[in-house]
Design a protein around this ligand. Structure first.
Ligand SMILES: *Cc1c(COP(=O)(O)O)cnc(C)c1O
Length: 390
């Protein structure tokens, strides 16, 4: 492969350097600053900072409505929300999940002395493969955590069927799936509970934050207790618990960003389609596609580098980084290859061939409201030159 050393090699116009410092994956989408400042004034007037304040309640109400789910329980982050949901469902022993996910999905189990059992994924959707899930069931299995990776729904019906057959609990890590749907039904209505993340880098953020969506009122009540030390009114603790509360300032950011989500989706989708168009015909390169009939937030543009591509995945990342385009590998090398799992289950990879293959070929490229169509076009030019030079 010919090395590309500079922009001169790529013969790309000089307007690039002005914008390149912000071309990185996960740059936060931010709503209206003046609207946020109004909420700050309100917080100071109310003198209510945490403990289920009015802004948290409003945010919960609006997020539940947005997903047409009965209950939304806001939390301080997605990981604590996962831990609380796992505990509220009384999961113990072994729980099946994909390895191709953010490490928090596995850690939320391990942290509570539950054994994460990694199942393989589908090569097209990158979500759990039901056939592999079936193979992982043992007498110790208590539940399944599906992940709606990239906002694409996990195979919820097949997983529910497996859960029903074996008497297992089913929940979802929906950290990527804010505002997404499956067969026309909003995420937040599947399994016993679904967990959102509102981390700064996610499609919708509250600086840090998360929530559990569930249609089970009893489970919702249990999780509300658990996120506030088990307090039921003053001086009355009736349940084990932790501190998973969201604060008013975080909720304020959420309310502001919620008014912005349609705009973010529009921009994301524009970028996604421009990338798809821009790389058409390049050998071995493709963009992960979403079902046109479903709602999607298009928060990730996932470039897949096939074996027939003249440049390797790592060479592509290196070349993009040289242009200050901070593309990233994602969920590489898979949870099963990170500590402590790599040492606890050294042979897990033998049963995860698709996970290992997908983890080697994915590059997530920049999108979001701060990435313009011109910048997408610039990134596509870099990819085109890279493939042509090789
Ligand atoms: C971001 C993320 C989490 C963790 O959420 P935090 O809010 O950062 O704690 C969990 N699972 C997945 C798949 C994620 O992408």
């Amino acid at each position: 492969m010919k090395k590309i050393n500079s922009k001169a090699d790529l013969a790309i116009n000089g307007s690039a350097p002005a914008f390149i410092e912000k071309l990185h994956v996960g740059r936060p989408n931010m709503g209206d600053k003046a609207a946020f400042q109004k909420y700050v004034d309100q917080i100071f007037e109310n003198h209510w900072l945490s403990n289920n304040g009015p802004l948290v309640q409003e945010l919960e109400h609006r997020i539940a409505e947005h997903h047409q789910a009965k209950n939304c329980i806001a939390m301080c982050n997605g990981t604590i929300a996962l831990e609380i949901a796992i505990r509220a469902l009384d999961l113990t022993g072994e729980v099946i999940l994909p390895s191709y996910t953010f490490i928090a999905t596995a850690h939320a189990l391990h942290w509570q002395e539950i054994t994460p059992v990694f199942a393989d994924i589908d090569p097209v959707t990158h979500c759990l493969d039901p056939a592999s899930v079936r193979k992982m069931i043992t007498p110790k299995t208590a539940g399944i955590i599906g992940v709606h990776l990239w906002g694409h729904a996990a195979p919820v019906n097949e997983l529910q069927q497996i859960a029903d057959e074996h008497g297992l609990k089913l929940m979802f890590d929906a950290a990527h799936a804010f505002g997404c749907s499956y067969k026309g039904k909003m995420i937040g209505n599947f399994g016993q509970a679904e967990v959102l993340s509102f981390h700064a880098t996610k499609f919708f953020n509250t600086f840090e934050g998360g929530a559990v969506l569930t249609n089970d009122d009893e489970l919702a009540e249990k999780m509300r207790l658990m996120r506030n030390f088990g307090f039921a009114g003053m001086d009355n603790v009736i349940h084990p618990g932790t501190n998973g509360k969201m604060t008013e300032i975080h909720a304020a950011m959420g309310l502001v960003n919620l008014d912005n989500v349609d705009k973010v989706i529009r921009r994301n989708e524009e970028n996604y389609r421009a990338y798809q168009k821009g790389i058409t015909g390049l050998p071995g390169l493709s963009i992960y596609t979403f079902d046109e009939n479903e709602k999607n937030n298009f928060q990730y543009v996932v470039l897949e580098v096939g074996d027939d591509c003249p440049v390797s995945r790592d060479e592509i990342i290196e070349a993009l980084h040289a242009e200050n385009i901070l593309a990233r590998k994602y969920f590489w090398p898979g949870c099963h290859k990170m500590l402590p799992y790599r040492e606890l289950y050294p042979h897990a990879g033998l049963l995860l061939p698709i996970t290992q293959r997908v983890a080697e070929k994915v590059v997530v490229i920049p999108t979001g409201t701060s990435v313009t169509p011109d910048e997408v076009s610039f990134i596509c030019q870099v990819l085109i030159k890279l493939v042509e030079f090789s």
